[in-house]
Design a protein around this ligand. Structure first.
Ligand code: KG4
Ligand code: ZN
Length: 332
């Protein structure tokens, strides 16, 4: 089945063409990062407007790159939520218009479902597996027993991991979004330079909390006589990253052991983080477990990741009606 997928939940407008829920023929992403950077975060109204300007262009580009036309498309999968309502509605309205005009079946997919199934587009990962989903809006641990069969094991109680990276980057004057910048600086810093807290590490559950690390960073920045620069900046970045990554890895591995899950998937924008990739791979190897990371293009927000679930639901005939609406807060 040839499926057109559309994602517009936050600040990336994306369209992809995916065959049989496995083969990505095209995955086009138009990022709005430059628009929002000067405001230090995503401005919802600007996001909606930019999505409206970009959506037809990225769909045309995806079809062209895939070497197909709308006549070849057999199903449409679109992010239904969670996300910014105005942003989601642009993708949904476009998907519904195409589905109606061309009489193509339509399905709405959960954004995080897209993230945690994304590795299946690149390699075989047998169910069940443990998925750590870490993005700008989520830090969740799921048990994944199959497509559509998810059990939430833990979640963040406050900031998401990506949100913590972005807020700390802002405190350090590194711009927005700063996760990747912190990652780059951390590579040349001493992770043991500052002992940031490891919240909830020893609690007997699989929840996360990152706001305490962010507050500790605020106090650290305030305690300095001037701006943090040079090697000191790299050491601060490395120490912060170490604290976040250690909590994520230790709790994930503990969950894998407790629920006896051999395979671990790490997904979402923060899964691009090199420190997280390294530590998770090392700890998983120590326990004899396998860990899978999607390639960076499939970690960050993109439409292709919707293709796995979208294809499965469309094949099962679980199609949406044209009154399909956005779900801003939508638990998975
Ligand atoms: O999944 P994603 O693209 O969008 C959401 O659904 O939120 O994740 C974006 C988040 C941002 O917070 C960004 O700073 C973070 O992922 N991120 C990183 C890295 N690359 C992106 N965080 C840490 N290290 C990175 N290399
Ligand atoms: Zn995302």
């Amino acid at each position: 089945m040839l499926v057109l997928t559309i994602e517009s939940s936050c600040d990336e407008t994306s369209a992809a063409v995916v065959r049989d829920g496995q083969q990505v023929l095209a995955n086009i992403v138009a990022s709005q990062v430059d628009v929002h950077a000067r405001y230090g975060g995503v401005v919802p109204e600007l996001a909606s407007r930019k999505h409206m300007q970009a959506i037809s262009v990225v769909i045309d580009e995806a079809l062209e790159k895939a070497g197909v036309t709308l006549d070849d498309i057999e199903g449409i999968a679109v992010t239904r939520g969670p996300g910014l309502v105005g942003a989601l509605l642009v993708g949904l309205a476009t998907a519904k218009a195409l589905a109606f005009a061309r009489n193509i079946p339509l399905v709405g997919v959960h954004h995080m479902e897209g993230h945690i199934l994304a590795p299946l587009l690149e390699q075989e990962v047998a169910f069940p597996y443990l998925a750590l989903a870490v993005s700008g809006g989520h830090s969740h641990l799921y048990r994944v027993d199959g497509i559509g069969r998810y059990q939430i094991l833990g979640r963040t109680l406050d900031d998401a991991a990506g949100e913590a990276f972005d807020k700390v980057a802002k405190l350090l004057g590194l711009g927005y979004p700063g996760g990747a910048v912190v990652d780059r600086l951390a590579a040349e810093g001493d992770p043991a330079a500052i002992d940031f807290p490891r919240p909830l590490l020893h609690k007997d559950n699989f929840d996360f909390s990152f706001s305490g690390i962010k507050t500790a960073m605020l106090y650290h920045v305030k305690a300095q006589s001037g701006p943090i620069q040079g090697q000191q900046l790299k050491d601060v970045a490395a120490s912060f990253q170490q604290a976040v990554v250690e909590v994520l890895c230790k709790k994930t591995l503990r969950a894998a052991r407790q629920f006896d899950l051999q395979r671990i998937v790490v997904a979402g924008g923060v899964a691009c983080n090199k420190g997280l990739r390294r530590m998770m791979a090392e700890m998983a190897a120590e326990q004899g477990r396998e860990v899978f990371f999607p390639s960076p293009a499939l970690c960050q927000d993109n439409a292709a990741m919707l293709g796995v679930a979208g294809n499965a639901y469309l094949e099962q005939g679980l199609c949406a009606d044209l009154d399909l609406n956005a779900r801003v807060n939508w638990p998975l």
